[in-house]
Design a protein around this ligand. Structure first.
Ligand SMILES: Nc1ncnc2c1ncn2[C@@H]1O[C@H](COP(=O)(O)OP(=O)(O)OP(=O)(O)O)[C@@H](O)[C@H]1O
Length: 243
């Protein structure tokens, strides 16, 4: 069953067409890779889905509902959450406090509420950060800061998680652990779209990949089809090798 539907989405910045009439769908329970070389439009697509950018054209539906013109907090309230490429924890708050912020009601006038200590522990435990709840973000190694970003997104209880380069800067062991965490999220019923410009590692995790190149959708298909496709090889490294 389709959860997310991207229907002919275009995003222009002045004369630059960052995303050009792109369509694809994501089914409930899937892990989809959104891949393509640098500058191909992957982050722009995420920004359009989260309504951080207004689309120039096209429609975005989530669970059958047209969310194209929603404000970002409405998109989040509908069950979508995103982990950005950049980590932006609040350095003055410990890990637990950073997670708690994302469980507060989505309104500037509601400062009460939020998750209990036990619930915050559970969000941290789902990414393996339960022993670091009292640590300040700048005391954490890079991989833990990235895990904190994932925990913050989890704290909004998403049905669909958009992950922008979640493995960037991690070593092989950390990548394997985070990939296993994403498999657990899937078992918990979370659907995921993962952006990466490298395909190595990601292809073992995803059910399907959508390939962008220069704002266009080049192709989509199962990992094996994508990694052996001549057009994809050409888009990456001038056709020598798929990274
Ligand atoms: N806010 C913006 N204003 C102007 N141009 C932008 C803006 N955001 C992105 N672009 C341009 O849109 C194109 C697509 O960029 P985008 O960041 O979406 O690519 P990407 O595939 O995510 O790349 P990367 O893998 O490097 O993150 C690029 O040419 C980029 O310079």
């Amino acid at each position: 069953m389709t959860l997310l539907e991207i229907d002919s989405v275009t995003k222009k910045f002045g004369g630059l067409v960052a995303v050009d009439d792109v369509s694809f769908t994501v089914d409930r329970g899937e892990i989809v890779g959104l891949i393509g070389p640098n500058g191909s439009g992957k982050s722009t697509m995420f920004n359009c889905i989260m309504s951080e950018y207004d689309v120039t054209g096209g429609t975005i539906r989530f669970g059958g509902e047209d969310i194209t013109d929603y404000r970002t907090h409405q998109v989040v309230n509908n069950g979508l959450s995103r982990v950005s490429q950049e980590s932006n924890p609040i350095d003055a708050l410990p890990v637990g406090g950073n997670i708690k912020l994302f469980t507060l009601p989505n309104s500037v006038v509601s400062l009460r509420g939020g998750a209990s200590e036990e619930e915050i522990y559970q969000y941290a435990a789902r990414v393996g950060l339960e022993s670091e709840l009292q640590e300040l973000p700048d005391e954490l190694p890079h991989a833990d800061v990235r895990r904190l970003e994932v925990a913050k997104a989890l704290a909004t209880e998403p049905e669909l998680l958009l992950l922008d380069e979640p493995f960037a800067g991690m070593n092989q062991q950390e990548i394997r652990e985070l990939a296993a965490t994403f498999e657990e999220f899937r078992e918990d019923g979370i659907t995921m779209v993962i952006v990466d410009h490298n395909m190595g590692g990601l292809m073992d995790l995803v059910d399907r990949a959508v390939v962008l190149d220069n704002g266009d959708k080049l192709m989509e298909g199962p990992p094996k089809e994508v990694t052996t496709d001549e057009r994809v090889r050409k888009a990456y490294l001038g056709g020598t090798e798929v990274p």
